[in-house]
Design a protein around this ligand. Structure first.
Ligand code: KQY
Length: 365
């Protein structure tokens, strides 16, 4: 078992690398909870398997799964994908997994944040969440990697880094009442610098309209390269997303990154609006205390919620007129990586997308 460290990654010379840095692997959790995934998770399981298969083309993939679903997951996943039994409360590995940090010499460690289901008893999405909160520690134990325990509520989807000292976040999420209400914005910024080994935090006001995570940045605005970000956009001035994206654009154009570079902003038009159909709504179990999925509710669809693998980028598409432009933008942004599209709707129905269900483990190279 790796040790639990009392220091911080920054103090020890470690930082979170950018997602495009080389990975030794990728982690996912198998979806099954019927109050979040319709039809007992069967349609979502097909898409998770598609994502795992695509990522496994260029890196090792591990899928965590409950005892009840072990045989089913094993039979639906390619033989090359490792399947490991682990308890969890849902399947958002970006948020429950460790944030891996590296020291530039090939050594890798993990940060284990506090997880409270996106807002705890204030506006969290389910209760209890103790199994999810334990996932990061268990993964680090499996990998025999040292663990930094951060006594600070944070999900991996609420941060994005360039690996060169800059972190992107939204105020809507990081300053939300259900996460760290006892800390000021400055104190939260300091925790980010300490645990991500960063120098500069760029605060965007909001994320995507109606995002149930309180506006995770990974669904809205992410680095595609040092000095270059992709931003979810809409040309429709009457769409509630317009003001949110415009506000972010103003911040980004006025900012420099940790290295003093101005940021190039690549706007990627949102799909939709995507609404829940009656059939989809009827497929989700109603359970007191969890978010209802009602017919006509708008989903927080975005093309920014993708996964940057070793030689592939996994991009969710929605059978939408904007799909084609998103594929073209990704092809240009991430060349020579191959852009692999997956149907994003089933993951979106659960409240996130491809980035939210994956967690890269950097090789440290
Ligand atoms: O988007 C994410 N990172 C997680 C979404 C959680 C949704 C739970 N229903």
């Amino acid at each position: 078992m790796g040790p639990t460290l009392d220091s911080t990654p920054a103090a020890d010379g470690y930082r979170m690398p950018a997602e495009w840095a080389h990975h030794s692997g990728c982690w996912l959790v198998w979806p099954e909870r019927p109050d979040n995934w319709r039809l007992g998770g069967k349609p979502a399981q097909r898409v998770f398997a598609e994502v795992a298969t695509a990522v496994a083309q260029t890196e090792k993939v591990t899928v965590l799964v409950s005892a009840a679903q072990y045989d089913n997951a094993r039979s639906r996943l390619p033989a090359g994908v490792r399947v490991v039994e682990m308890s969890s409360d849902d399947s958002w590995m970006r948020d429950t997994g460790p944030t891996f940090v590296t020291d530039g010499t090939g050594d890798v460690r993990g940060v284990d944040w506090d997880f409270n289901a996106w807002g705890g008893l204030v506006d969290g999405l389910y209760f209890p969440w103790a199994n999810d909160d334990a996932v990061a520690r268990k993964v680090l134990e499996i990998e025999e990697l040292p663990r930094y325990k951060a006594h600070f509520v944070l999900e991996g989807g609420s941060i994005d880094v360039d690996g060169e000292g800059t972190v992107l976040v939204t105020e809507e999420c990081l300053l939300s009442e259900g996460r760290n209400p006892g800390l000021t914005k400055d104190e939260i910024g300091q925790r980010l610098r300490d645990y991500l080994g960063a120098e500069k935090v760029i605060w965007l006001p909001f994320g995507v309209y109606l995002d149930e995570t309180n506006g995770h940045v990974d669904n809205f605005c992410r680095f595609a390269a040092p000095g270059k970000v992709m931003l979810t956009w809409t040309d429709d001035v009457n769409d509630p997303q317009y003001k949110r994206s415009q506000a972010a654009l103003e911040v980004l154009l006025a900012e420099t990154d940790a290295r003093g570079r101005r940021l190039e902003v690549v706007r990627i038009h949102q799909p939709g609006p995507i609404l829940i159909t009656e059939e989809e709504s009827n497929g989700v179990d109603t359970i007191e205390g969890t978010l209802p999925r009602q017919t006509g509710d708008r989903l927080a669809g975005s093309y920014v919620n993708s996964y940057i693998g070793n030689d592939v980028v996994i991009l969710p598409v929605f059978d939408d007129p904007h799909d084609q432009d998103a594929v073209a933008a990704y092809t240009e942004l991430f060349a020579p990586r191959r852009v692999v599209t997956v149907p994003g709707r089933e993951i979106l129905l659960g409240g996130g997308n491809v980035h939210c269900i994956t967690q890269q483990q950097p090789s440290g190279r």
